[in-house]
Structures are given as C-alpha cells and as structure tokens.
Design a protein around this ligand. Structure first.
Ligand code: SF4
Ligand code: F3S
Length: 106
C-alpha cells in the first residue's frame, strides 16, 4: 500500500485524489488517509502531491513508520474524497515543516 505521511498535515492539497483509479483516499479535518485494503499500488498519486507526502509502505523513512497504522485506522473513520478541493489558505506555509503529528486532527 501507499501511505500519506507527516507533510500532508495542514497542507492537504488534495491533488492526489483526482488521479487515484480506485478512490482510496479518505478525508479528515487536516489530513488525508489511504485505505490499504483499497490501494492497488499504482503510484499515480505520488508525483501529484505538492508536499511530496506519499510513499510506498516499504519505502517509508523510519520516522514515518507510524503513518502506516495511522492511514489504516483513519481511513476507516473518515469519508471518501474523490474530487480536488481548495487547500487551506496557509497550506504553503506548513509545507516542509517537520513533525506535524501533534497537529493531526481526527
Ligand atoms: Fe490510489 Fe494508486 Fe495512490 Fe494507491 S498508489 S492511493 S491506488 S493513486
Ligand atoms: Fe496530502 Fe499531498 Fe494529497 S498534501 S492531500 S497527500 S496531494
């Protein structure tokens, strides 16, 4: 499966959802999660993310490992998203800020 990681938090550009052929993205208040049971590992979403926040599970940096379980959990709780929407006004200011996990809203 592919995994949405830390840099999506408070950026949430949503470009990723438009290219997913199986609609695997689910939307929370300030983050998206991929359902690992739906993702077919096509990798189409990776280059679409302006925050470079999507990685294959096998290629996660060690400090991003918790996001595997976070995606699996939150994708079950949140509604599906299939169309691009406007990013938060301050998305660009948060792009690249490390360690945003404490800011993740559920
Ligand atoms: Fe969707 Fe492909 Fe990204 Fe998986 S890797 S979430 S199937 S676009
Ligand atoms: Fe997040 Fe990147 Fe998609 S910031 S919403 S994973 S385009």
């Amino acid at each position: 499966t592919f995994v949405v990681t830390d840099n999506c938090i408070k950026c949430k550009y949503t470009d990723c959802v438009a290219v997913c052929p199986v609609d695997a993205f689910f939307e929370g208040p300030n983050f998206l999660a991929i359902d690992p049971a739906i993702c077919i590992d096509c990798a189409l979403c990776v280059p679409e993310c302006p925050a470079e926040a999507i990685f294959q599970d096998s290629e996660l940096a060690p400090d991003q490992a918790p996001y595997l379980a976070i995606n699996a959990e939150l994708s079950q709780l949140w509604p599906n998203i299939t169309e691009i929407k406007a990013a938060p006004e301050d998305a660009d200011e948060w792009n690249g800020i490390p360690d945003k996990l404490p800011l993740l809203e559920r």
